[in-house]
Ligand binder design. Structure first.
Ligand code: APR
Length: 186
């Protein structure tokens, strides 16, 4: 089992670990959703299966009122039957190229953290957004994700804990490298 890697950024602990996001005890977990918010495969499917019907019902209420969730934006529902009290749903970019995709991925992390702060959430777990079905190259996505999170935390945050939960060893290695590089430069 890989040992988690941890850094203190401002007053927040940032942790990268290998694991299943549906089992995390943080107050919120983030879902890599799609604009319809109707669920899907990957981490989205796992979260809806583990959290139950209530999550989907709240997503449907949201889309009836506001329409689909654009990529780079975030909304929040209950965690239903999950250990987490809330699920923050965000939509990463379907990978296109080095110009268009990074700002959207960056925004997905920033908007999720902003919503967590606004909701007075103190701990949150992210998956590796966009690196599955949306085919964002892993190392590039890890660099954007880590920089986006560190940027938000350095700007001042009431969050105590932010985790990035990697489902595979390759994913863990990519995020670990990105965190080491980002904090070495500091
Ligand atoms: N815990 C943590 N990470 C997980 C889990 C889990 N239980 N299950 C899958 N993952 C990881 C994958 O290994 C991948 O690294 O989540 C990462 C993101 O992959 P996807 O879930 O495919 O998400 P994404 O690339 O953002 O694509 C979103 O997939 O299922 C659909 O509805 C979703 O259409 C949307 C698209």
């Amino acid at each position: 089992m890989e040992k988690p890697i941890s850094r203190k950024i401002g007053s927040t602990q940032l942790v990268i670990l290998l694991g299943d996001i549906t089992e995390q005890p943080t107050e919120a977990i983030v879902n890599a959703a799609n604009p319809s918010l109707r669920g899907g495969g990957g981490v989205d499917g796992a979260i809806h299966r583990a959290g139950g019907r209530q999550i989907l019902e709240q997503c449907q209420t949201y889309t009836r009122k506001h329409g689909s969730l654009p990529s780079g934006k975030a909304m929040v529902t209950t965690g239903g039957k999950l250990r987490a009290k809330y699920v923050i749903h965000t939509v990463g970019p379907v990978y296109k190229n080095k110009q268009e995709s990074p700002p959207i991925l960056q925004s997905a992390y920033q908007e999720s953290l902003k919503l967590a702060e606004e909701s007075k959430i103190t701990s949150v777990s992210f998956p590796s957004i966009s690196t599955g079905a949306y085919r964002y190259p892993l190392q590039a996505a890890a660099e954007v994700a880590v920089k986006a999170v560190i940027g938000c935390l350095r700007a001042g945050s009431a969050l105590q804990l932010v985790q990035i939960v990697c489902f595979t060893k390759n994913t863990f290695t990519a995020y670990k490298m990105a965190l080491e590089e980002a904090t070495e430069q500091a």
